[in-house]
Ligand binder design. Sequence first.
Ligand SMILES: NC(=O)c1ccc[n+]([C@@H]2O[C@H](COP(=O)([O-])OP(=O)(O)OC[C@H]3O[C@@H](n4cnc5c(N)ncnc54)[C@H](O)[C@@H]3O)[C@@H](O)[C@H]2O)c1
Length: 282
Amino acid sequence: MTIKTIGVIGAGTMGNGIAQVFAQSGFDVRLVDIAQPMLDRAKAAIEKSLGKFVEKGKLTAADRDAALGRLRTTTALDHLVDADYVVEAIVEDVETKRTLFTSLDALVKPEAILASNTSSISITTLGAATKRPDKVLGMHFMNPVPLMTLVEMIRGQATSTESMAIASDLCKRLGKTPVEAADYPGFIANRILMPMINEAIYAVMEGVGTPEAIDSVMKLGMNHPMGPLTLADFIGLDVCLAILNVLHDGLGDPKYRPCPLLRRMVAAGHLGRKSGRGFHAY
Ligand SMILES: NC(=O)c1ccc[n+]([C@@H]2O[C@H](COP(=O)([O-])OP(=O)(O)OC[C@H]3O[C@@H](n4cnc5c(N)ncnc54)[C@H](O)[C@@H]3O)[C@@H](O)[C@H]2O)c1
């Protein structure tokens, strides 16, 4: 199967990075969002990111222009009708994603693979919303997508070996390293990362340390490149809360219970970097 045209749905933090790496690697990309302002922001973010690669001498100006030329943005889902491969990166909400997968299944050609960038939601559940569960899989990119090499690949209960092989191959064409995980809540990455972030938030709530102190301890003492609260701000506090809810519901263990301070910050619209305010100010 020749993969030429990629659909990316959701132009937020992750979708714009995913669209960028596919366009940089020579694919025609259609980036779809329900909100035109998100598409405008994504386009600007991609131009800025590609510009930085040019400044650092890692990309030529001609290759930047070619990548931008391969990228189209749209609010119309039916522009994906000829897509060979689709990556969904919309909000971390199971019902919203299931509805989208059902619409996509009815729209795109039968042989196209439908991948989700979900951080935690069951791939098997998303596959069951389609008539092609063998072609539904998880392709979990890391943030920021243009810089991070890992892609966690999730095999749903019904995902075929052939689909996993095609998707892993695609990852390598993007210069990324695929690592396979089974379809359990949070997979590998967030099953391990989110309890640490949640515990750091409990430590703020209980006055164990300030956000600055907690981040400094984990950076200087544990050699983490960024502290857990800076990382939470970077991911988006709404996204962290959604993932913790999936872990808590799916695994039933109280150790995954989202910290009340996280709930309060999300309710206040303090979502981290994307809203200008989280555990730190931006
Ligand atoms: N933020 C991270 O660090 C990170 C890392 C890995 C994976 N993820 C996952 O990636 C996905 C997207 O996360 P994000 O942080 O980019 O979210 P975000 O809030 O930045 O962006 C979500 C985008 O989806 C759009 N959208 C919502 N419903 C839509 C629909 N029905 N059709 C089209 N567009 C729609 C919104 O307008 C918004 O632009 C989530 O599943 C999240 O769990 C996030």
